[in-house]
Design a protein around this ligand. Sequence first.
Ligand code: G6P
Length: 611
Amino acid sequence: MCGIVAYVGHREACPVILKGLKRLEYRGYDSAGIALMNSDLTVYKKKGKVADLEAHLAGQDISGNIGMGHTRWATHGEPNDVNAHPHFSTSRNIAIIHNGIIENYAALKTLLEEKGHTFQSETDSEVFINLIEDIRINNKCSLEEAVRLALHEVVGAYAIVVLSKDAPNQLVAARKGSPLVVGIGEGEFFLASDATPIIEYTKDVVYLNDYELAVIKDGQLDIRTKEDIKQTPYVQHLEMELESIEKGGFEHFMLKEIYEQPRSILDNMRGRMVAEKDHLMMGGIREFENKFVNADRIIIVACGTSWHAGLVAEYLIEDLARIPVEVEYASEFRYRNPIVNERDIVIAISQSGETADTLAALELAKSKGATIFGICNVVGSSIARATDAGAYTHAGPEIGVASTKAFTAQVTVLTLIAMIIGSKRGTLENSKLRQLMVEMENIPAKVEECLKLDAQIQQIAAVFKDVTNFLYLGRGYNFPVALEGALKLKEISYIHAEGYPAAEMKHGPIALIDAQMPVVVIATKDSSYEKVVSNIQEVRARKGQVIAIVTQGDQVIPSMADYVIEIPETSEQLVPLLSVIPLQLLSYHIAVLRGCNVDQPRNLAKSVTVE
Ligand code: G6P
């Protein structure tokens, strides 16, 4: 949450920072601000999107080769001009941008107020910068020393960048719990919450670790721990291409990402599986194969859409590998004194690799001796680095706040894992394994076929765009898909939607059904098909409007559903990879028709780095 970007070098800083902020807007978009150093240290900030900040900058002196910017997702203090970042210290000599939460800010604020510091905003970040100033005055020390000492006083999470009038060519940054990447160009440096603002200029980056401080001055990068121990930066060369973070002709990132799924699923399997050669291998779990094979239990921790992918994995792993699986909301798991031991494997699933609750949940499991496995999309992210082993989902950057291609990529990886463990444990027969491998290879082409349903789904969306409630039903492998379909609709169209296991409908949601209630039923040909058909009848009997997702060629459901969306046939275990596609498209079109901001839905952020 919150995006931060800073620049120092030979270019004009302002355009680099504004462009970077736009790339980071998925992290929050309540307000935006920029600090530039020229003859003075000047801060401009505005409630709203980066575009509002840009308009506010018109006619101002925005020159300078050093500066920093911020796009906010409010935690402390409502979104307005004053609470927007950057924040000045009381003397206005130093300014900060901050992503994270300072938990002891109230106590620090009282202390600082007693010492004469004054505050303009309600933010914890303004407390942080005044603390730095206070230390600097009291200790008569350099800016970097004051920042370093301040890190010993604050409790919570932060990625910060600090600029000072007295050190006009210097950027000081630090992180704990919130991500921060340093980009190293030719005579220039970048700092950002992720690499997307950087890759246009350089692909050489250093991911800062927790409790590290980066000082950039005189063309040098110096990294130290908060104990002042010098670190040798580990420079990584990123493979990310610029096209992957642009819309490429699509109206929205979300639509582009939906359409990328045939490719992202394929990329995911590349090198890991070739059916013809009976090749099935995943580097990340190889080393831990025995642990997986002998595990008493697998616990999956995740949030949001990643949690839904975890639910699909529960069905897959129990079905194919016969290991008990528990799927936990990371936020609950971390606070409920869970029973975890050394024979457990904990899989943390996270697109961003930065979700605070998921990170904390895995740290807790680690402290209890479990083996931690990560499934992340963002390379080098905090979760990816905190795990014992893991697999990347290789979906490429996902910018739309509502997750789409990351979900199918997660499910693909988890399917391969279930197949690998199942075959090693002897719970998955060779013939079945082979059949699944062949069918997995057909999935990208079948997703392509699902995408051809776009125009039909757009028409259905037009019929239902003004309703206030939606129900999604599915059974077995399609139950998590029903949850995911409902979540997609809620997130981007603000229509209330609930996902339910189809059979549970009669224990409550059935009371909601009337002629105004659209019910999306995922009724593909699988082991619970007949039962789902009965559920459709139950909805019909109460005049609910049925939108059914069925297997191509279904002869039964078309006569009882109001709308029928046909998807290709596949193995039961692989159905979520297809059945979710029409639901993504349905939510997308409804949101567009309602005039919603699809890529940046209200109140949400893509990377939730606060608990
Ligand atoms: C936020 C995003 C969701 C995402 C969830 C978990 O709520 O808006 O799209 O599913 O966080 O994020 P993660 O990066 O851990 O998968």
